[in-house]
Design a protein around this ligand. Sequence first.
Ligand SMILES: NC(=O)c1ccc[n+]([C@@H]2O[C@H](COP(=O)([O-])OP(=O)(O)OC[C@H]3O[C@@H](n4cnc5c(N)ncnc54)[C@H](O)[C@@H]3O)[C@@H](O)[C@H]2O)c1
Ligand SMILES: [Fe+2]
Length: 401
Amino acid sequence: MKHYAVFQMPETINYGRRAFQTIGKEASLRGRRALVISDPVMDKLGYVNEGRKYLTESNMESVVYSGVESEPTDVYVTEALQLFRTKQCDVVISLGGGSCIDTAKAVAVLASNEGYIGDYRGGKKTVNVKPAPHLAVPTTAGTGSEATDVTVITNTTDDVKMMIKQPAFMPDVAIVDPALTLSSPKHVTAATGIDALSHAIEAYVSKKSHPMADSMALSAMNLIVQHLKTAYREGDNLDAREAMSLAAMQAGIAFSNASVCLVHGMSRPIGALFHVPHGYSNAMLLPAVLEFSRKEAVDRLADVGRIFSPGGLSSNEQAADHAVSSVKELCRELHIPNLKEWGIDKQEFESVISKMSADAWDSGSPASNPRVPTLYEMEELYRVCYDYDFSQMSPVVRNRG
Ligand SMILES: NC(=O)c1ccc[n+]([C@@H]2O[C@H](COP(=O)([O-])OP(=O)(O)OC[C@H]3O[C@@H](n4cnc5c(N)ncnc54)[C@H](O)[C@@H]3O)[C@@H](O)[C@H]2O)c1
Ligand SMILES: [Fe+2]
């Protein structure tokens, strides 16, 4: 745990039912012509037109880029940035899941700073000119990207999902309206919900955890444990959706100010090479990585276990085990597949395990894990997760732990 930290979040957060309607007012405080970065699903559902209506009511002009068709690549960033420049926009609005928000973060920074987005990875280049104002409107309850200083963009040249973190990537305004998540299909609700849970748990067990981030992580875990299953089963339950939107944002604030760890480090290469959606690739790894980390994080995991079952868990050892088994049970209830069930060919997977482990390590996230793995241990974990059984304690990892 760190004993000193600078805590950051968006300068304005409009959270709650009908928050979406404030988009025009917030944008007009910051510019005159907005580039709305979204995806075809948001367009089809009418969210893009609704947003533009609120913008027009506040005398804002708007231009739309709805080309974000999957988890973002540098190609989407280039296309959207070109539109921002040719249409002389001065505000960026992201409307969609983490994919749209991350694309917009890159565009906002590159609108006023030079170079390729990957140049900003690992602090090689720092953002020194204030980015274009960015208003983020999430439509999933998962990434928390609306309140993080991280963007994740795939480099299409070497198939690396780049995690790029600098304060300048933090959106200026987060507009979090749970009603926008009501249309989220079951598989997206499951994947994004586990992503939020992974953020909260990883921030809480991280070597970079600190009390300010802990409070956000604990609140997020409580909300997720109470409401994710309901949001999954009853997609139209606004109370459950509202709790999940809050939890996702809090979990985002937690990890952005602490860190994510081994799950996210190992998850990004799976996303880059096999196009498994981010939440699923986390869920496929989370229980096994918790088993791997358990010994070095008993007390913290015990707190997680007691969130799943308040009372009745006398020892921390017992409560930490309960955390792991409860996460597995949640994965089962949300019908999370393992990598084999997802349809990934075993030989193909085996052939890239060493690249994935190296890429995971290079991201820096595994170094924040309570138990820092060797490259060999990451390779073994990938093998364990390939055909992981969510109904049992994995003997391979357990024995090594
Ligand atoms: N920057 C960060 O802090 C951060 C944190 C975690 C993950 N990420 C990144 O975010 C991306 C994943 O974002 P995501 O999980 O939100 O998924 P997503 O944005 O890729 O969306 C997944 C699918 O759900 C659809 N969808 C989204 N909202 C919907 C709604 N309300 N109704 C119907 N359909 C809807 C989208 O159109 C898309 O088809 C990944 O690239 C991941 O790496 C970023
Ligand atoms: Fe994530």
